[in-house]
Design a protein. Structure first.
Ligand code: PEP
Ligand code: MG
Length: 560
């Protein structure tokens, strides 16, 4: 029997999950609605005239709703919403749906068929028109939901703050979170390095993941979510509600000067960035640079590959905002839990172990070379060097091939991410093939523990304090020291202030975190000298497990 069939309704019940982004919020729960499904076997409605009029009314309501939302949105989002509203009023869509109704198709299914026909035509036309297919599908889902009387798909927009709950959130689900009504995230699945966790930290949204009982809370119930403790209290008493406090949005952290240890060793504290808006906010908020620009996040909803000019122009805007500060652009990390519609990779039994990241270049070499040329052109246009790195590098030979391609495309420093245990074990050879390396502890943790990072039940194995993971980071630190290669850490491990101290002790020379985490990491490093960092690293590696590692380091460092 499904958990949702046993709703949690007892006032004050506390559910536990894994807290992955701190902050306490009290708000009603809202569920991410799945797109409605229609079938040719659905019951047929009234006469064709009446059903066509229902379709027209639903399309008009969808357009009016989108236009209303555009009025309250920021200029970029407003543009998209207005364009989508125009799609709902396009007579071609209505005419196609009417045709199906007159042929005897059930009303909502007629809309589904019409949407698919319009999308097929748009995709065949290619370019910008193909991009509109996503908007037409969105209009179709909303129209069908109205016809069926179900909740509109996607993020809830009730006009007041809500805690969003879902089984898990895909990168595409989270694309519209910034500036929405959502003030916290609660998922049934997902671990500390899942994309829900990453996005929550980037946006400064309190979040609890891996809480299967979330499915049992009825939508509309007020919950007190504590993203630090990993708890969710159902219908909290008034005294508890007072614990909720405001959320600090991304990019508003006060500049605290460059990162350094107590004895003055510079540790650049860079930002992990997934949208142009985040990049501009981080630049304005005093970030020391970008340590990880997740370019796949810039193009999640694209059905056709972004053009070289488009990629170049976007990067030019980001580079200009950062002036001379370091910017590390990661080439598309598509595949596995980050599918990109314009990079078809085929069905795989184990996508995390399959064709993803740099490996996609074998099937789609032009996508990588176009991106590298776009990066090279942007660097040349702004008149500065740019760092470019590849995800999912397994061998030094792959790193060397990537370096050759990247250097041929413009003035770039080349890096390799270390996310595969083989790359960490042979870090010295990798360091010799590139100008810098960056440890992706999220994937390195999933691969060294053989634990899928999207599976909440494996949260303990995915704990970034796992000594086995730290051993691999230590190998990379040593290789970096011996070869004079800078070693960054851009996985979520760098955002934990005490673990940041450990990572410096293991040999990391820069850290990259979601912008809201920067101040706490900055403060922790400023309190401890390099020698203490090394002692913290030794203690963590000597511990039998993550909990003991955390406790031993906490005893050494005190309240960081
Ligand atoms: C990582 O794996 O640690 C990383 C930074 O990359 P992503 O989380 O985008 O896979
Ligand atoms: Mg990764």
């Amino acid at each position: 029997m499904r958990a949702a069939e046993h709703p949690v309704h007892r006032t004050g019940t506390v559910l536990t999950g894994r807290g992955v982004s701190p902050g306490t919020v009290c708000a009603p729960l809202a569920r991410l609605a799945a797109p409605p499904v229609t079938s040719p076997a659905d019951p047929v409605g009234a006469d064709a005239g009446t059903e066509c009029a229902r379709i027209d009314a639903a399309l008009e309501e969808v357009a009016a709703d989108l236009t209303r939302r555009a009025a309250g949105a920021d200029p970029a989002a407003a543009g998209v919403l207005e364009a989508t509203a125009a799609m709902a009023l396009d007579p071609t869509l209505a005419a196609a749906a009417h045709g199906h109704v007159r042929a005897g198709t059930p009303t909502a299914h007629a809309v589904t068929l019409a949407v698919e026909e319009v999308c097929t035509r748009l995709v065949a036309l290619g370019g910008c028109l193909a991009e509109r297919a996503t908007d037409v599908r969105d209009v179709g889902h909303r129209t069908v939901a109205r016809l069926l009387g179900t909740a509109p798909p996607g993020l809830p927009a009730p006009g007041h703050p809500v805690v969003l709950t879902a089984p898990d959130l895909s990168p595409a689900d989270t694309a519209a979170l910034a500036g929405s009504d959502v003030v916290a995230l609660l998922t049934e699945q997902g671990g500390p390095t899942s994309h829900t966790a990453i996005i929550a930290r980037a946006l400064g949204l309190p979040a609890v993941v891996g809480c299967p009982d979330a499915a049992r809370i009825a939508p509309g119930t007020t919950v007190l979510l504590d993203g630090g403790a990993g708890t969710v209290q159902v219908d909290p008493p008034p005294a508890e509600r007072a614990r909720a406090r405001g959320v600090q949005p991304a990019g508003t952290a006060q500049p605290t000067g460059p990162g350094r240890t107590a004895d003055g060793t510079a540790v650049p504290l860079l930002s992990n960035i997934g949208t142009e808006q985040q990049a501009l906010a981080a630049a304005a908020g005093g970030s020391e640079g970008i340590g990880l620009l997740r370019t796949e996040f810039l193009f999640l909803d694209r059905t056709t590959a972004p053009t070289r000019a488009e990629q170049r122009d976007q990067l030019v805007r980001i580079l200009r905002a950062f002036g001379s500060r370091r910017v590390v652009v990661r080439t598309l990390d598509a595949g596995s839990d980050k599918p990109l519609p314009f990079l078809p990779l085929g069905e795989e039994a184990n996508p995390a172990l399959g064709v993803r990241g740099l490996r996609t270049a074998a099937a789609h070499p032009q996508v990588l070379t176009e991106q590298l040329h776009a990066i090279g052109e942007a660097a040349a246009q702004v008149g500065r060097e740019v760092d470019v790195m590849a995800p999912m590098v397994a061998t030094a030979a792959e790193a060397a091939r990537f370096a050759g391609l990247a250097r041929g495309a413009g003035p770039v420093r080349v890096g390799a991410m270390i996310e595969v245990p083989a790359a960490a074990l042979r870090a010295r050879e990798l360091c010799e093939a590139v100008d810098f390396v960056s440890v992706g502890t999220n994937d390195l943790g999933q691969y060294v523990m053989a634990a899928d990072r999207t599976v909440g039940a494996l949260g303990e194995l995915l704990d970034p304090w796992q000594p086995a993971l730290l051993d691999l980071v230590a190998l990379v630190g040593e290789a970096g020291r011996d070869t004079g290669t800078p070693v960054g850490v851009c996985g979520e491990a760098a955002a934990d202030p005490q673990l940041a101290v450990v990572l410096i002790g293991l040999g990391a020379t820069s850290l990259s975190t979601a912008p809201p985490a920067r101040d706490a990491v900055h403060a922790a490093l400023a309190r401890h000298d390099r020698d203490t960092c090394r002692r913290a690293a030794d203690l963590a590696r000597a511990a039998p497990g993550p909990a003991q590692a955390r406790a031993a380091v906490a005893t050494l460092l005190g309240g960081t």
